[in-house]
Design a protein around this ligand. Structure first.
Ligand code: URA
Length: 239
């Protein structure tokens, strides 16, 4: 198969983007910089890499997406566009297999991981994996400092049997905090601040484990994860 078609078929890049990547010298075939988009690729023998990302004919897919507000983390929705709707270069066949690793609420913005690798998804989202998620939180009222220990020790949220796992709360100012959690219970951040009698008015996920939202990935954009990032997210990391 031609190089440009091979990459476009097995990544989120379109044929015209691939052409540009080749021109920019970002594509390597068997460790050599590629300069011919029509070069023939044997999927079983040749190793194609864009920047740090290997382009595999079979195998799993891993994406990071910057979720805007008013977009839902679901495979389909009657009222809102979904994060998958934002992934314009992904084939419908691949879209059908994608899962969202740790959903955000419709009004929450920030880092979302999307994959067709169920095991990897589990490793990233399981509270046992020690993969901390960092949220930026803006509150309606000044925070009542007497609740700090509840975040540190765990709090029993309404309707739950087990207290939350210890979380890390960092004050930016009286109404702005950074919260680091390794769980992902339903509406967890909003419910934790509701426990203190406050209300979250803006919520943004800045990072998951070792992966921070890149400054140059605008709202609504996405990219493939590099091999290094995929491996790092599957490992054990503390905040
Ligand atoms: N906690 C919430 O309350 N909402 C989110 O979107 C993520 C974490």
């Amino acid at each position: 198969m031609r190089l440009d078609k091979y990459i476009a078929n097995h990544s989120s890049w379109s044929r015209s983007e691939v052409k540009r990547l080749i021109k920019q010298g970002r594509v390597r075939v068997n460790e050599q910089a590629a300069d011919d988009k029509e070069q023939k690729i044997d999927a079983l023998k040749d190793r194609v890499v864009v920047d740090e990302t290997p382009i595999l004919a079979q195998g799993k897919h891993y994406f990071v997406l910057h979720k805007p507000s008013n977009v839902v983390c679901a495979n389909s929705h009657p009222d809102y566009p979904t994060v998958l709707d934002l992934m314009l270069d992904i084939s419908p066949a691949l879209k059908n297999t994608l899962q969202i690793a740790g959903r955000l609420d419709v009004d929450t913005t920030g880092l979302v991981l999307i994959t067709d690798d169920g095991q990897w998804n589990h490793r990233v989202t399981s509270p046992r994996s020690d993969c901390y998620k960092i949220y930026e939180v803006e509150l309606a009222e000044d925070f009542n400092e007497s609740y700090v220990k509840d975040f540190e020790r765990g709090m029993l949220l309404e309707g739950e049997e087990k207290p939350t796992l210890p979380a890390n709360l960092k004050k930016i100012h009286a109404r702005k905090f950074q919260l680091s959690l390794k769980e992902g219970r339903y509406h967890q951040v909003k419910r934790m601040f509701a426990f203190t009698g406050n209300k979250v008015i803006r919520l943004h996920r800045r990072s998951i484990g070792p992966l921070q939202l890149d400054e140059h990935l605008p709202e609504g954009a996405y990219r493939s994860l590099t091999e290094k990032e995929i491996q790092a997210l599957a490992g054990n990391y503390n905040a």
